[in-house]
Unconditional design. Structure first.
Length: 497
């Protein structure tokens, strides 16, 4: 079964859309390319990661300095403070000698130059020593750090001096380095007191700031190098995509141009095929008219002369039969004028002509048909009906013939079915002019033709599909077909004479 191309069904608008394959690679909203958006987002992520890393490093440095401070302080306590408060293992307060020794330790040693406040706590959270004598003997609710030190843990941290025991310190400083060191009994592990030191955070702040600056510098440099590498990779990929996009657009533009040219050629082919059909039909009309007006008239005159001569019955019958055959051929070559006729009426004319010649009327079933059908389509339907019905009469032994004629939104469908013995496909392939003519008519108009046997019920089926769309120029070129046919036939010469 012949198939027609669907190139003409690709609208020009779709081709224009196809010519823009890289819409996703084009500049995004606001005219910013996707590569720029990606690099901007990457820069933000790199900066955020750099800030997070630098902050983490700064925190770790600060923690490390505090840990070092508490280790040094614990060593001072063990070396210098523990001997002066060893008496707390058996008592609850310090002697005056112990207090004087601790005062001297704070005022006259290197430890004193670094410590701005110092207190000794007993295990029951009572202050047993402080340079501020008003605090000695007072009990305060232990905080988490003091409680931890009483259980044997050394802790050091930056304090905001919010505790009630730090009222004097709050008036002078906003924050200090607070260190708690447990003092254990000699020869045993029992905590007999807790030493609390407060130091200025200046040294720690300076060290942390220096290390943090170095860490920020290293992280920033690493981030910048990472971003530059990323920019190089993205730029290279973006340039490749842009080149491929441009090449693809050029190829699709050429393809679109080729499709446009193919569509124009297809339209010209359709127009030429429809004009060929019209010219063939006009030629057949002229041949029929010439046969009717030439040889048929000559045979009629010869028949009159034979009748004048005398009894020439055999010759007269032969001449009469030849003249009838000639007139039938001429009438078959001339199709009716179809301009302005609906398609259903065209089919009815072919059926009535067949009924007039054979005495048999096929069963016609009409579906939905468009009101306006091109003349060339009507001619094709008429000729295929003529040939199919003639074949059914010759080969189906006068069996019942059914015809279905309908249309979809794009195609016209015709089917002729008989209940004869079927069809010999090999005989068709060997060459059948009628079948070849029907197939050529369908293909010239961009349609399809099929003929073959049926099994239920047995018989032969002929199917024809034709497109309903018409080339605009073809309709104008074929508009005068009816007038041409009328002029070629002449008045009073329609039908089988």
């Amino acid at each position: 079964m012949t198939k027609r191309t669907d190139a003409r069904r690709w609208p020009a608008g779709d081709r224009r859309e196809a010519a823009e394959p890289g819409a996703g690679l084009a500049p995004a909203a606001g005219g910013v390319s996707l590569a720029t958006l990606y690099l901007t987002a990457s820069l933000i992520m790199v900066l955020l990661a750099s800030v997070a890393v630098a902050a983490f490093v700064g925190f770790q440095v600060e923690r490390s300095v505090l840990d070092r401070t508490q280790s040094v302080t614990a060593l001072y306590i063990e070396s210098f403070v523990e001997p002066e408060i060893a008496g707390l293992a058996t008592g609850t307060s310090l002697t005056l000698a112990n207090v004087d020794a601790l005062d001297h330790l704070i005022e006259g040693t290197e430890l004193g130059s670094r410590v701005v406040s110092f207190r000794i706590w007993s295990p029951d959270s009572v202050i047993v020593y402080s340079p501020n004598r008003t605090l000695i003997g007072r009990r305060f609710e232990p905080g988490d750090e003091l409680a931890g030190a009483l259980s044997g843990q050394v802790s050091s941290d930056l304090s905001d001096l919010s505790g009630p025991e730090n009222a004097e310190e709050r008036r002078r400083w906003s924050r200090l380095v607070e260190t708690y060191v447990p003092v254990r009994e000699r020869g045993g592990g029992r905590v007999i007191a807790v030493a609390e030191f407060y130091q200025l955070p200046d040294e720690i702040d300076a060290e942390v700031a220096s290390v943090r600056f170095m860490s920020w510098a290293v992280v920033t440099l690493a981030a910048a190098l990472t971003y530059l590498v990323l920019v190089g990779i993205v730029k290279r990929g973006s340039d490749t995509i842009i080149r491929q996009h441009s090449a693809l657009r050029d190829r699709i533009a050429r393809l679109s141009e080729a499709l446009d040219q193919n569509e124009r050629l297809h339209q010209r082919l359709r127009l030429a095929a429809e004009r060929t059909t019209a010219l063939n039909e006009a030629g057949l009309r002229r041949i029929g008219s010439d046969l009717h007006d030439g040889p048929a008239q000559a045979l009629a005159l010869a028949l009159l002369r034979l009748e004048e001569v005398g009894d020439q019955t055999g010759v007269s019958d032969a001449v009469s039969g030849a003249m009838e055959d000639l007139r039938a051929i001429a009438a078959g070559l001339r199709s009716p004028v179809f301009t302005g006729l609906p398609l259903a009426e065209v089919a009815e004319r072919a059926i009535r002509e067949h009924e007039r010649r054979t005495g048999q009327r096929p069963i016609l079933a009409l579906g939905s048909l468009p009101p306006d059908v091109p003349v060339v389509t009507k001619i094709a339907v008429y000729r295929v009906l003529q040939e199919a019905l003639s074949n059914a009469r010759r080969h189906a032994r006068g069996s019942e013939v059914a015809i279905d004629l309908g249309a979809t939104s794009t195609d016209l469908a015709l089917e002729i079915r008989d209940r004869g013995p079927g069809i010999d496909l090999d005989a068709i392939r060997a060459g059948a002019l009628g079948v070849a003519g029907m197939r050529e008519r369908a293909e010239l108009l961009g349609g399809t033709f099929w003929i073959g046997p049926r099994s239920d019920p047995p018989g032969t089926s002929v199917r024809l599909t034709l497109p309903l769309e018409v080339v605009a120029d073809a309709g104008e070129a074929l508009g005068g077909l009816g007038a041409t046919a009328t002029a070629a036939t002449g008045p009073g010469q329609g039908g089988a004479s």
